[in-house]
Design a protein around this ligand. Structure first.
Ligand code: DGP
Length: 113
């Protein structure tokens, strides 16, 4: 997808160090970390966000959550982490390419801001 920063990263047109990669997804550090561990779990397929997912994307959504759990284990935060998906501007989504935030390494507050 043209003008999508995550498509640029996924295709390596913009350099970013992946902490995880498979056929369908990558994970890399957030540029603006909000916790000691702040990784983004990103599908290689361009989907604008959760609202843009279709039934055919259900396996991919499940896969991304499994990847998040594996990445959390590898990052040493498996005992406590938060998985966040912002959908829509009012919820804080700033990049229109589906992604999960994996946050860990500190205590989390509830409710989130
Ligand atoms: P959201 O606001 O939920 O759409 O999250 C987008 C996140 O993406 C935000 O935390 C900052 C991060 N981000 C934006 N541009 C880049 C980039 O070029 N590289 C990396 N590593 N992260 C980025």
């Amino acid at each position: 997808m043209a003008d999508c920063i995550f498509c640029e990263i996924v295709s390596r047109r913009i350099s970013s160090q992946f902490v995880y990669e498979d056929e369908e997804s990558v994970a890399f550090q957030d540029i603006s970390p909000q916790a000691p561990t702040h990784l983004l779990i990103v599908p290689k397929k361009h989907i604008a966000g959760l609202s843009a997912c279709r039934d055919e994307d259900k396996p991919l959504l499940g896969h991304l959550q499994r990847v998040a759990a594996r990445v959390a284990e590898a990052a040493g935060v498996a005992s406590g982490y938060r998985l966040v998906l912002n959908n829509g501007r009012s919820a804080g989504q700033s990049v229109d390419h589906l992604h999960y935030h994996l946050l860990g390494g500190r205590s989390m507050q509830w409710p989130p801001g």
